[in-house]
Design a protein around this ligand. Sequence first.
Ligand SMILES: [Fe+2]
Ligand SMILES: [Fe+2]
Length: 346
Amino acid sequence: MLVYFVTDEPTKLPAIRAMLEPQHAVLPWVLDGDGTRIRSHGVLIVDIDLRQMARVDQLRFILQELSTIPEKLFVVHNLSRSMVAQAHALGATSIISRPKEAVLKVAEIEHAETAAEDDAADPALEMDEGVAAFASIFSNARRGKPMKLADAQRATSKIITRVGQDGLSTWLDEVRRYHQGTFQHCLLVTGVAVAFGLDVGFSGGDVSRLGMAATLHDIGKARIPLSILDKPGRLDPEEEEIIRRHPAIGYDLLKGVGGINPEILDGVRHHHEYLDGSGYPDGLSGSQISDLVRLLTISDIFAALVESRPYKAPMPRPDAYQILCGMEGKLEGALLRAFRNVALAA
Ligand SMILES: [Fe+2]
Ligand SMILES: [Fe+2]
């Protein structure tokens, strides 16, 4: 961690360095000298003679510059009571009597900081609400319970917010790290579709509908046996036939749900259709396939290619994009070119 060492005696520096480096990086700031690079994290160690008012004034200036650093460790030799009070008045968070004690203190602070960072930045926790809503959609579908559209809306709007704020790459990395199988796939497709919709300038309503269609697109897989869904090798023709039923199953699960948008139903049923008529289940072609479905299909294939599977590194995004480009004719060329930004964005 970064340790800012403020001192009135440059000769104290080598001892501090010897104690703390290389585990920590010591950035010295000697009174009367120039400041260090100012950062907002790390720990500050102050070792100056607090009886000298001129030095205390200089220190005040430095403390102002480094005010965003939360931990301030003051060395007060012999722990003289008036100097301890002075240190507290200057904002000390810990007081030690010898520089040597700094080693333990810095280690303690680092430990606490790492734990706090783990809590705050744990993407699994941040994603929890959206993912929980998502899980509920799948488990209801699996158990034949009525679909709650509100769950899908909650999951989708969480994903729209995350992708809008942090970008697609962060979303892909987090999802691949924490989720597997169909669950991972649907979260990835939704992130990709939302990023695509945002990138081509869709209105908020259109991004939501596309996001909802993506969230629900493979809901029919909730009714396909896991032995087929998670089969590691190639599917035999019979299994292939079963898995190809999922768009129609999904459509049937959703068509009676009150308030569901017809475009979402269209996306769920037709995300495996191709412009040349070679897709399924209805063998649609050309203008029979809506714009929303075209975007969804591209997002679905791309997400499937970059998926992370046990013991297999995900395909790099440029390779996945190349494969999609090779499918022009089945997929719309103009949309594939527009998708480049999304597929390759850092
Ligand atoms: Fe699908
Ligand atoms: Fe899919």
